[in-house]
Design a protein around this ligand. Structure first.
Ligand SMILES: [Mg+2]
Length: 272
């Protein structure tokens, strides 16, 4: 299924395209604030979608320190850590709304652990099908609890990914480069013949590039105007970008992160 390697004709070949899951392929549906407000309303509290949106926006800039305050480093690796991490964040959001209600914290955790609360972005299926029919293999690298596997099947895209690396099942989370190395190993792919697409510079782009992969930032909301690397705003643009990357000459002065041969085609492009 993989594209044949033609080191002389193609200066560099791309064999496999990996994807992040959350906010890249799928999202809370209809949206985080709507699900949040609905759950809170069901427990008898008067909170509108607008209130939930405002609180989310207010806390968003502090997400990194809030995550630290949970005391949980790798929330997707253990069910009890996932529960503790997300409960802390929901409790904090509720506190901003003047609500203290532990039952509601549990209800929110249940809402956002429910497969029916998620949907694919509209551009996902066409993009995956276009890449697949162009001969690329597809893979997944996600920080998620193990139930992502089930959700991918439910969303009818699980079968499209030849390699699925879900942190909760593998015991290692992004941005640890080992999760990228594991994906390459599982795929039997050279780093420079692999692309990783994700919505986070810190979790997706930087560690994937550090592992020697080509990285594409999916910036759906235009948040990273000054990002120095390859950026797309929709997966509709991905097939073209991957084709461009496949044609781009690799910089032979940059040693491969996974040295497995000396052909110039095996050296990766300089990181941008
Ligand atoms: Mg993501």
């Amino acid at each position: 299924m993989g594209r044949p390697v033609e080191p002389l004709a193609l200066v560099s070949g791309i064999d496999i395209v990996f994807f992040d899951a959350g906010e890249t392929l799928l999202h809370p549906h209809p949206s985080f604030p709507e699900l949040f407000a609905r759950t809170v309303q069901n427990k008898g509290h008067d909170v509108s979608v607008k209130d939930a949106t405002e609180v989310q926006l207010r806390l968003a800039p502090h997400l990194v320190e809030l995550a630290e305050d949970t005391g949980v480093e790798n929330p997707s690796l253990q069910p009890e850590d996932s529960l503790r991490f997300w409960s802390f964040l929901y409790r904090r959001l509720l506190k901003e709304l003047g609500i203290e209600d532990e039952e509601l914290v549990s209800a929110l955790y249940a809402t956002f652990s429910d497969i029916s609360s998620y949907a694919l972005f509209d551009d996902v299926l066409p993009a995956l099908q276009r890449l697949e029919s162009a001969g690329y293999r597809l893979g997944l690298i996600s920080n998620f609890e193990g139930w992502l596997e089930e959700m991918l099947v439910e969303l009818e895209i699980g079968h499209l990914f030849e390699v699925r690396i879900v942190s909760g099942a593998e015991g290692v989370e992004k941005p640890d480069p080992r999760i990228y190395e594991l994906a390459l190993e599982r795929a039997g792919a050279e780093a420079q013949a692999a692309v990783h697409v994700g919505d986070s510079p810190a979790m997706d782009v930087e560690p994937a590039a550090a592992a020697g992969m080509r990285a594409v930032l999916l910036d759906r909301l235009g948040r990273y105007g000054d990002h120095p690397g390859t950026v797309i705003s929709s997966l509709d643009q991905l097939a073209r970008v991957v084709a461009d990357l496949a044609r781009e000459p690799l910089d032979p002065s940059v040693p491969s992160a996974r040295p497995r041969g000396d052909s110039p085609a095996r050296h990766r492009r300089r990181r941008r």
